[in-house]
Design a protein around this ligand. Structure first.
Ligand code: AVI
Length: 326
């Protein structure tokens, strides 16, 4: 994709619709429940209710990643901005509500900002709000499934492209998929560009356990909302109370695993297909990998990224990395 001729103007925002293919929710659920080890991909958590529940998780006392990442960015703002450099063109895959970029804008004063998101309405709303609050900023919003397509319009040569990927969303990729994704991101950014990325750190297992087993049960509701969504959208008859939220740290792969555990022998119908559950059997719904700073740098090197700097908080909870694209 070369230029900007395909962009349309929506208010103050330039907008490009790459028409992402809708995910095959039914097909992936049927396949996942038919597997020897039942699993459903975490991308299906995020319907409207799931996105709201995730926002609520980010406010929880036990869920340290969001506030710690914000704190790291605030406390190291000058250094982060100096490392990113001048004349930046910032690209944010999975930009959602475009909240975290706000922390950087006044100090960074990028030439343009390109939020990428699969949800068109959400993307347009968030981009318009951002453009209203930062009227000097050029916003080039692209509706795209960034996990599927990273062929983006090329900004002018003299601008330094920097990808911003906060929130430790990279932890929800399997490590080999994270390398592929980072390689695609490096390619989209191009040589001479950079990547600013938030990554959750390995730490005390009790702290990790609490973050995914909060006292108010918000994470449990987030996990179980997946069954609610399947019932509503795929004519299924999951008895929500017959499944329990289960989240634990698995030290060998270095990840939090989330599961939904069947509380009895039972049968569930999804779109007319029957699935048998034994008591104690689980549906694996999410992995959230944790990395030490050096483990993540080693992974990123495999994706043509060269470590430049990493910032962490005093308690060693979270890290923010900057990489140059080799
Ligand atoms: C979006 N992602 C980084 C969150 C995480 O921590 O892996 C999703 C989440 N799952 C349960 N709580 C939060």
């Amino acid at each position: 994709m070369d230029g900007y001729s395909d962009f349309t103007t929506q208010g103050n925002v330039r907008f490009l619709d790459c028409h992402p293919k809708p995910a095959d929710f039914f097909g992936e659920v049927i396949e996942g429940l038919g597997a020897a080890r039942k699993a459903i991909p975490p991308k299906f958590f995020y319907d409207q209710e799931g996105s709201q529940l995730f926002d609520n998780i980010c406010e929880l006392e036990e869920y340290y990643p969001t506030r710690t990442e914000v704190k790291i960015l605030r406390e190291n703002l000058d250094d982060v901005i100096a490392t990113m450099g001048q004349n930046c063109y910032v690209i944010e895959p999975g930009s959602g509500s475009c909240e975290k970029i706000r922390l950087l804008l006044d100090a960074l004063r990028p030439k343009a900002y390109m939020p990428l998101d699969i949800s068109k309405n959400h993307l347009l709303d968030a981009s318009q709000r951002l453009s209203h609050d930062f009227p000097w900023l050029d916003v080039h919003a692209v509706c795209v499934d960034f996990t599927d397509q990273m062929d983006l319009p090329k900004p002018p040569q003299h601008l330094r492209r920097v990808a911003f990927f906060p929130g430790s969303s990279i932890g929800n990729f399997e490590p080999e998929d994270a390398i592929v994704f980072l390689r695609d991101l490096a390619f989209a950014v191009g040589k001479g560009g950079g990547v600013l990325i938030g990554v959750d750190l390995k730490k005390d297992h009790d702290v990790l356990h609490a973050a995914y087993n909060d006292g108010e049960g918000v994470t449990a509701a987030f996990n179980k909302n997946l069954l609610q969504r399947i019932n509503g959208e795929l004519s299924a008859d999951f008895q929500i109370d017959a499944f329990a939220h289960k989240a634990f740290y698995n030290p060998k792969p270095g990840r939090i695993e989330m599961h939904l555990e069947s509380q009895a022998d039972q049968q569930v119908f999804v779109g007319g297909k029957a699935f048998a559950f034994a008591s104690g059997e689980t549906i694996h719904t999410e992995n959230s990998y944790k990395y030490t700073v050096s483990e993540f740098q080693a992974l990123a090197r495999k994706a043509s990224l060269s470590p430049v700097k990493a910032w962490t908080d005093r308690d060693g909870l979270f890290s923010v990395h900057f990489f140059d694209v080799r």
